[in-house]
Design a protein around this ligand. Structure first.
Ligand code: GLN
Length: 205
């Protein structure tokens, strides 16, 4: 199974390293439409959402990604990637979002670079449904995972159909809506691959 990593800006190499540790899959870097061939899921890495948003248009792949996600391709946005997937972004200087997921986010809501922090969160590791909405058997549920927040956004609201997967101090920090996953922390900067494994499961149909 092929999983793509959007190779425009941000923590691309780190995601690649994590995916390489997992079995039965091939990780590919995605810069242009052709790179999306046979890709079952796409990771939109953390970085700078305004930059990635602009370059998605310049690279000519923005509309193709939107089209594919609407057709069921799995997508996972980490931090800046989560901002780019949101239907609504509040605050000034907003990114050119793809407008896909039923969440409202606020950029840099945990403060500046200096306010970045590392903690642990309880993550719901067991998807209840696959991408087609078929129910999956749950085995293990919440697992403690390390979570690094770097100028992270806050997920202020989630709409209908969005499942909350993790919270930090009561605030939502990971969520899923059908084939779309967001984490506003960075699993790719840790040695724990549980969220990557979760995403791989979402990509399997
Ligand atoms: N603050 C960045 C933004 O708004 C996101 C930071 C990150 O991805 N670590 O785009």
């Amino acid at each position: 199974m092929k999983i793509g990593i959007l190779d425009i800006q941000g923590s691309v190499e780190e995601h690649l390293k994590c995916l390489k540790k997992l079995k039965n899959m091939e990780a590919v870097l995605v810069k242009k439409i052709e790179d999306l061939k046979e890709v079952k899921g796409l990771i939109v890495p953390g970085g700078e959402s305004t930059t990635i948003g602009k370059l998605l248009r310049r690279f000519g792949i923005r509309d193709e990604i939107i089209k594919r996600v609407k057709k069921g391709m799995a997508v996972w946005g980490t931090c800046a990637g989560a901002i780019l997937l949101a239907k609504k972004i509040v605050g000034k200087e907003n990114a050119d979002s793809l407008g896909l997921m039923n969440i409202v986010v606020e950029r840099n809501a945990y403060g500046r670079q200096l306010d970045s922090f590392e903690t642990q969160v309880e993550f719901d590791t067991s998807p209840k449904k696959d991408c087609c909405g078929k129910k999956l058997k749950n085995t293990v549920r919440f697992c403690r995972i390390p979570a690094i927040f770097i100028r992270a956004p806050k997920i202020l609201e989630v709409g209908e159909g969005v499942e909350i997967l993790a919270r930090y101090k009561g605030e939502i920090v990971a969520a899923r809506e059908n084939n779309m996953l967001v984490t506003n922390f960075h699993p790719e900067l840790t040695d724990d691959e549980k969220v990557h494994q979760y995403f791989v499961k979402m990509c399997e149909k």
